[in-house]
Structure formats: C-alpha cells, structure tokens
Design a protein around this ligand. Structure first.
Ligand SMILES: [Cu+2]
Ligand SMILES: [Zn+2]
Length: 175
C-alpha cells in the first residue's frame, strides 16, 4: 500500500512538472544583436516575445545620429553586405504597397520610425498579432527575416520602401 501511495505521488509530481513545462512553452522569446552597417557605429539588441498569439517587439539602439530613424523587417536574414543590401527589400508576404500600419496598405515589415535622443540612443516597442515566431505561416512567421535600421526617416509614402536612406544596422531574425 505504501508503495502504491508513493507511486501515485510520483505520478502527480510528474504531471505537475509537465504542466509547468507546457505553460512556459506558449511563450517564445528571441533576442538578437545588431551589427553596424554602411560604416556606422550603431549597436543594439532586439527582443521578440510571443505570448497568447501576439508578438511584443523591443529594439534598443545606440550610436545613431540624433533624430528620427526608420526600422523595418526586410525579407532576408543575410546581413553580410557592407551596406546591408543583402537583407533584400521589405518583408511583404501579402504583396501590398509600402505604408504605415493601420493606414491603408502596408508591408508586414513596416515597423515605422523611432527617435534617437541627443546621445544617439533610441528605443521602439510594438505589440502585434500580425507576426509570430516560427509557426511556418509565410504571412506571419518572422524567422529567417532581417531587421534593418536606417539613417533616415520613413515617409510612409515613397515606394517601395519609404525613402529611408542608408542601412546603418542589420540583425538576422534567427534562433
Ligand atoms: Cu528598411
Ligand atoms: Zn515597407
């Protein structure tokens, strides 16, 4: 009888353990680092956390020129070119025009603009259900794409990429 009780206890302990594990697996986290491009001194990190069907994105940059800078998800995770051109154009799996989220047509990669302060530091945060991390759905999965920070500002109008200027930082969105 003692042995049975012990066994039941063990089973319960294992079940609780499994439940805890499955709870933590619904939230996925990816932390990536930027590399400087186009002879810039830009550095920083970006974090993507998926939870309950939404992805929260936070990018923290340093070494920028003070002012407004564009940031987008581009179609490839290849940051090898000195000017970042290897990351390709904007990630646009739904074949829309470039624009601003929530206003007419926009690319899935059109994150927008953020401001770098007088010291050249800037942060941008976004939460969206338009992305996920690793589902394999080509219209939503950000894995295998590239994150690009630009020297200039996205005007949300010029095609195909908002006339945002040189690519000053690049980071591959990979595990
Ligand atoms: Cu871009
Ligand atoms: Zn775009």
């Amino acid at each position: 009888m003692k042995k049975i009780i012990f066994s039941i206890g063990l089973i319960i302990a294992v079940l609780i353990g499994c439940k805890t594990n499955s709870g933590s697996s619904d939230s996925k986290k990816l932390v990536i680092a930027f590399e400087a491009k186009s002879n810039s001194n830009v550095s920083g990190t970006a974090t993507f956390i998926e939870k309950n069907g939404k992805v929260t994105f936070v990018a923290k940059l340093a070494g920028l020129k003070p002012g407004i800078h564009a940031i987008h998800i581009h179609e490839k995770s290849d940051c090898s070119a000195a000017d970042g051109s290897s990351a390709g154009g904007h990630w646009n799996p739904t074949f829309k025009k470039h624009g601003k989220w929530g206003v007419g047509e926009y690319h899935k990669g059109d994150i927008g603009n953020f401001t770098a302060d007088a010291k050249g530091n800037g942060t941008i945060t976004l939460t969206t259900d338009e992305w996920n991390i690793g589902s394999g759905d080509p219209t939503k999965d950000i894995l295998g794409k590239g994150l690009i920070v630009h020297e200039g500002t996205d005007d949300f109008i010029s095609q195909p990429s908002g006339d945002a200027g040189a690519r000053v930082a690049c980071s591959a969105i990979i595990k």
